[in-house]
Design a protein around this ligand. Structure first.
Ligand code: ADP
Length: 474
């Protein structure tokens, strides 16, 4: 598949050669995209700048019609888009189809929500004055997205930005740009006017510099690592960019002794092993109350041992390859470090590598402790370390002992214990007996070093709006 930039309504291949896109399940070349840089990023931003005045004045009803055409096209073509996604990213096809449906859910939700951008009026302290507050689109938006959800991360940014009346420039991840190209082809068919949506592939550093320094850009929305998020925040200080940053996580899962153990195992499996553990909200460390550790870990071991590892395009595969060699080596390092510090491998603990494809087997570790890397750094792989705890207060303290604050999960049947835990976890997203809390209508985002702002829900639309206060002297 040959990908291209989409700038000002035209497909192009400018740049410094091409970037190869490989299938992580086979190591084979799947396609290429142009290696764009400053010139292409600048052109795209200027196209978005030129398109903004007209687009921002269209009605929310008109924008919703275009968004819904795009939504329908995405669902009609979901098999094809999902196959591209699996071939460049590796996740099982069923999960890729789920990701396309999830992406479409953002588009339809924001098509509707864009019609509900309410302002308000406030009683003034003098009879001769009126105070009016209106909401307006922030302007040209640039977006940088990661490889682990090549479709959903873009849709979650693009749909609310377009619904709000902003124009948009996207830079997809180097490892997974072809899903974005296909989604843009469908958006073009839906009929967005030229310059409203733009796509630039290529050098992250060069494109990122233009994104954060061009005076026409008003908003950067980024999903990726905390490290790059901090770098972009520094760069953005020059133009005082409005920022939404959805960064790394290190999700704790707490299982209390009154939990329904079978449903807790199901929830942990969903949270931990989806996308082979390569999501920022994946459970990274599991705290289990001491009286149920044996039963819980035996059941989790049984479930993890049944997962089928392989090429995501093959029938029944539930765990695809890790995205690349670096990802694999990090997982290996976390497991070796844990074993060296006293963890017991209940299942897994190894992988298979051949022809530049890196598969790691679902792994459960028992007797984890806070000194282990896996209990502190994002593993981004199918590894679940279990540590026991005694009291609810201790569990909350352990869970909060991190610089991250994206997602946390806990399992209990008790209303009062659950309320205590939910209210005391320092996390933006909390799943109570729920391993999969993400939804288009709910705000998603982190506290602490997991980021700034929320995506999804009403907050996700607000992120692309400015508040204007109009004071009227009669
Ligand atoms: P991850 O590897 O978890 O996806 P990264 O933060 O490395 O996290 O990458 C997320 C996105 O940020 C990708 O699109 C990547 O190309 C981009 N990126 C990486 N480095 C930079 C940079 N210096 N400036 C702008 N974007 C960057």
């Amino acid at each position: 598949m040959e990908g291209k930039h989409y700038i000002n309504g035209e497909w192009s291949t400018e740049g410094d050669g091409v970037i190869d896109v490989r299938n992580p399940a086979t190591g084979e070349l799947f396609g290429t995209v142009p290696n764009g840089g400053e010139a292409e990023a600048t052109k795209a931003i200027e196209a978005a700048e030129a398109a903004f005045p007209e687009w921002s004045k269209t009605t929310a009803y008109h924008r919703a019609e275009l968004l819904m055409k795009w939504h329908d096209l995405l669902l009609e073509n979901k098999q094809e888009v999902a196959e591209i996604l699996t071939k460049e990213m590796g996740k099982p096809l069923a999960e890729a189809i789920g990701e396309i449906e999830y992406s479409a859910s953002f588009i339809s939700w924001y098509a509707e929500e864009g019609k509900r951008v309410y302002g308000h009026t406030i009683p003034a302290s003098k009879d001769s004055k009126r105070i009016q507050i209106i909401k307006q689109p922030v302007g040209v938006v640039v977006s940088i997205t990661p490889w682990n959800f090549p479709a959903a991360m873009m849709a979650r940014k693009m749909a609310p930005a377009l619904a709000a009346g902003c124009t948009f420039v996207a830079k997809p991840a180097k490892l997974t740009p072809l899903t974005a190209v296909k989604i843009y082809e469908l958006a073009e068919q839906a009929g967005f006017p030229k310059g409203v949506i733009n796509l630039v592939t290529g050098s992250a550093g060069k494109i990122g510099k233009v994104f954060t320094s061009h005076p026409a850009v008003r908003k950067l929305t980024f999903t990726g690592s905390t490290e790059i998020g901090k770098e972009l925040m520094k760069q953005s200080s020059e133009t005082m960019l409005n920022l939404s940053l959805e960064l790394g996580g290190h999700a704790p899962i707490i299982v209390l002794d009154d939990a329904d153990i079978d449903s807790a195992v199901k929830g942990v499996m969903a949270s931990k092993f989806r996308n082979a553990g390569q999501t920022c909200v994946c459970g990274n460390r599991i705290y289990v109350q001491e009286s149920i550790v044996d039963e819980f870990s035996r059941k989790l071991q049984e479930a993890a041992g049944k997962l089928k590892v392989g090429n995501g395009l093959d029938e029944g595969v539930e765990i695809g390859p890790l995205v690349d060699k670096d990802g694999y080596e990090k997982v290996e390092k976390h497991v070796q470090d844990a074993v060296g510090k006293g963890a017991k491998v209940l299942v897994g603990g190894d992988g298979q590598t051949a022809n530049e494809a890196y598969f790691y087997n679902p792994t459960i570790l028992l007797n984890a402790n806070p000194d282990m890397l896996v209990m502190n750094e994002e593993t981004f792989g199918p590894v679940a370390p279990i540590m026991s705890f005694k009291t609810d207060e201790e569990a909350v303290k352990l869970a909060n002992d991190t610089r991250f604050g994206l997602a946390a999960y806990f399992f209990t049947e008790s209303m009062s214990r659950g309320t205590y835990i939910a209210e005391n976890l320092d996390y933006g997203i909390v799943g109570w007996n729920d391993g999969l809390p993400s939804a288009a209508q709910a705000p998603f985002g982190g506290m602490k070093e997991s980021g700034i702002g929320r995506e999804g829900g009403q907050e996700g639309l607000e992120a692309f709006l400015e508040t204007k206060y109009i004071s009227i002297q009669l």
